[in-house]
Design a protein around this ligand. Structure first.
Ligand SMILES: Nc1ncnc2c1ncn2[C@@H]1O[C@H](COP(=O)(O)OP(=O)(O)OP(=O)(O)O)[C@@H](O)[C@H]1O
Ligand SMILES: [Mg+2]
Length: 291
């Protein structure tokens, strides 16, 4: 399925439970039409990973996910030879069989283990490829990825070239724990995902916690915004807002009073030192605010 407009994408994403901001819908639309990867950057918990999942659902494609980590290499990302199986094949060598035959055999596709990147480009049906947290890998890995993302092909010395059969929609996410190379950025569309506006956040929170009242919901996003304004080690993300909404529902709270806030703030603030700052600064504000 090919979306026909930005509005199409916006509606489609909403339809699968993802409420996109304007630029999110726009960039997603361009990605599906220009066949360019998207680099999604932003703080933790603002919906980067979820966007890829939602796009896959909306486009009705399978999602192939490569979770990046320090030390990730080609063997885990691209392909590797199935040594065990190759060994077994060699052991089972038939009497008098020439080595050439055996070698031809053990470097055939049957002995190849496809990892996410290879699976994505060799899939007969187009997929959504999520390369999650690319900033956790090193530059060498990035260079390998560049080649793949520009040519959509993989060269395997023993087998030859494997060309993409279909064009995946590719999303790369980063928390910006290291600066990515210009070369990579140049090849991608760029989407900056920030904390949503209070209205947008309220809508997302109520989607995930539908029983939350309008008034307390409004209060919740206000307080979260207030907390984000403090200089914290780890400001609360959307994921924390959603958790907090669910916790408040469960506790039967119908307003965020100073007491309710004090007893539940550890749902949104998760550092010892942050807790102290928040208790002092926000606690006071809440106490003064009209009930
Ligand atoms: N626009 C949105 N519409 C609906 N739900 C959203 C939206 N954005 C985020 N969420 C929800 O917020 C939570 C966090 O999102 P997600 O895991 O995608 O964050 P992330 O940006 O990948 O974070 P991290 O950098 O920590 O991996 C998820 O539960 C997701 O469902
Ligand atoms: Mg993520």
């Amino acid at each position: 399925m090919e979306p026909a407009s930005v509005q199409d994408v916006a509606d489609g994403l909403r339809g699968v439970g993802y409420l996109p901001g304007e630029s999110t819908a726009l960039v997603s639309y361009l990605a599906t039409r220009l066949d360019k990867p998207v680099l999604v950057e932003g703080p933790a918990g603002v919906g980067k990973t979820e966007l890829a999942k939602a796009l896959a659902k909306y486009l009705d494609r399978s999602l192939i996910r490569l979770q990046c980590y320090e030390g990730l290499d080609e063997a885990k990302a691209l392909y590797e030879w199935n040594y065990r199986k190759q060994l077994l094949r060699i052991q089972a060598e038939r009497e008098g069989e020439a080595w050439d035959t055996v070698r031809g055999d053990i470097f055939g596709e049957e002995f190849l283990l496809a990892r996410p990147l290879m699976t994505a480009i060799s899939s007969p049906e187009p997929v959504v490829l999520l390369i999650d947290e690319i900033d956790k890998t090193d530059q060498e890995f990035e260079a390998m990825l560049l080649e793949l993302l520009s040519d959509f092909q993989i060269s395997i010395p023993e087998l030859g070239r494997i060309e993409a059969r279909t064009q995946p929609v590719v999303l790369l996410t980063t928390n910006n724990s290291r600066e990515l190379t210009e070369a990579l950025k140049r090849r991608c569309l760029y989407l900056w995902l920030d904390y949503p506006t209070p209205e947008h956040e309220l809508e997302i929170v109520r989607l995930h916690a539908p029983d939350l009242g309008e008034a307390i919901g409004r209060r919740l996003v206000e307080v979260v915004a207030m907390v984000r304004d403090l200089d914290l080690k780890k400001p609360p993300s959307l994921a924390e807002s959603i958790d907090w909404a669910r916790a408040l529902l469960l506790l039967g709270a119908d307003d965020i009073t100073p007491d309710v806030f004090t007893s539940t703030m550890s749902v949104i603030v998760k550092h010892r030192t942050d807790l102290d700052i928040v208790a002092e600064r926000v606690g006071v504000k809440l106490g003064l605010a009209p009930a």
